[in-house]
Design a binder for this molecule. Structure first.
Ligand code: SAM
Length: 239
């Protein structure tokens, strides 16, 4: 099933104009779609449509509505991931995987032990594209939000006390994520995952002073990207 995210609300379902060059290339060159073929489109108003191609040109493809798609594959719980910046393309990989899982948002953060200290706009744009493609592939309607970078302290001080705020910490021995999820029935969870060098003890102490709950993901030391996927998946499946 070919699904495409149009980052614009669809005004006239009888004349849906696609101008995104990547989507046009995929429809014409990769999928070799013809006039009369159908595809699925979801838009920034969280609507999804089955549409039929009625016109194809180099710079635009026009479709008309066949029917509205009512399938809802969104999670019943809102998960917000606060991910410390990582080296190479690990954050790109995390964006794709946690979007497939259906989390609500990713906020890149800078913590003391981050080797990478900034995120340029080209990378942010690439992550946005990966998120849109992963949403389309996984059947989601609402692309995961990718927010501006924040520093660790700003995140901790900005967390709401009435939400379940977790920090994944490999030295935590009491609180297992699995048990916390069984104890607390909530509909919104914020979770922080550290960088390759982990969170500093000062950062863990600041989190504790602000009622952020340290959680263990087991006795093994996971790579940050493994921890992000495991935590997101466990939370998603706990509801
Ligand atoms: N300080 C670690 C070490 O000794 O190698 C490295 C940190 S680990 C590579 C990166 C992040 O993944 C950590 O900051 C933590 O958020 C998360 N993490 C890894 N293993 C974990 C575990 N068993 N329980 C909870 N969080 C874990």
């Amino acid at each position: 099933m070919q699904r495409f995210f149009l980052n614009q609300p669809i005004e006239d379902p009888q004349s849906i104009v696609i101008k995104d060059k990547d989507i046009i290339k995929k429809i014409t060159k990769v999928l070799r779609k013809q006039i009369g073929d159908t595809i699925f489109i979801f838009d920034s108003a969280n609507e999804e449509f089955e549409v039929q191609i009625i016109h194809m040109a180099e710079k635009e493809i026009v479709c008309r509505l066949v029917n509205r798609v009512e399938i809802d594959r969104e999670l019943p719980i809102e998960i917000n991931l606060y991910q410390a910046l990582l080296k190479k393309d690990k954050l790109e990989w995390i964006c794709q995987k946690v979007t497939e899982i259906g989390i609500k948002s990713i906020t890149p953060i800078i913590s003391e032990n981050c080797v990478v200290k900034d995120l340029n706009s080209n990378k942010a744009k690439r992550y946005q594209k990966i998120i849109e493609e992963a949403t389309a592939q996984s059947g989601g309607k609402i692309p995961t939000a990718f927010y501006k970078i924040k520093n660790f302290e700003e995140v901790i001080l900005g967390l709401k006390q009435n939400e379940l705020n977790l920090i994944a910490h490999e030295d935590e021995r009491q609180n297992k994520l699995f048990d916390i999820l069984n104890e607390k029935r909530v509909n919104k969870i914020n979770i922080l995952i550290g960088p390759e060098g982990g969170f500093s003890q000062d950062e863990i102490n600041l989190a504790l002073r602000n009622s952020v709950v340290p959680v263990s993901l087991g006795k093994r030391i996971l790579r940050a990207e493994t921890a992000a996927i495991l935590a997101s998946g466990l939370i998603a499946l706990s509801h």
